[in-house]
Design a protein around this ligand. Sequence first.
Ligand SMILES: [Ca+2]
Ligand SMILES: [Ca+2]
Ligand SMILES: [Ca+2]
Length: 222
Amino acid sequence: MTNVWTGSRRRGSALIEVLLAAMLLATLMGLTITVGTSSRRAYRSGTLSTSLQGRMSFVANRITTELMAASTDSIQAVSTAPQWDPTITFERIESVDTATGAVTWTTDRIGVEYATGETNDGTDENENGLIDDCVVVLVRDVGTANEQRVVLCTGVGEYLEGEAFNGADDNGNVLRDEQGLCFERRGDALVVRISLQGMTDTDELMELTHETSIWVRNGSAP
Ligand SMILES: [Ca+2]
Ligand SMILES: [Ca+2]
Ligand SMILES: [Ca+2]
């Protein structure tokens, strides 16, 4: 998608930079709030818990940072409860022609998929101790020759903590059968939830969940 701003060369690159900054401010307000972290079970292994929480915070911050550069339309296309999306595809400004003011957009995607070697078969095929575990993947420049895939996080649950594939909302968050990473629009907020899993030193499963809200500012680009 390409958008061309009106303007003249005499305004120079400084004006373009100002417009670009204003446009980004109009799309998303970068306020995120972590509204909950929970544990399905209590375990003595504080080290694993600390590790999982650190990784969840990292990936949540990374997703937030990526979406800060997304167009408003991309965010507003996300499903609202009880629907949800395991993937978000968004337009991002790739470059601005300083001579003409033409803005070139590119498409990125963040989503959850099964880990390498793992399928939905109820067994631990990749032998990492987790059953049907998933990863969060960022794909840059989707559908182009420059397309790149980056794994942002491993050990993601197949379903969000407390959820099972049965058509019902098992964990009481309104969403049904939501996956271990899911996106939901709620009014002016984009809610991102992720559940990470790990095995304790006594071979018990630990699962933690992180929920982040990104507040979307209503407004249009200049
Ligand atoms: Ca499997
Ligand atoms: Ca649910
Ligand atoms: Ca369910």
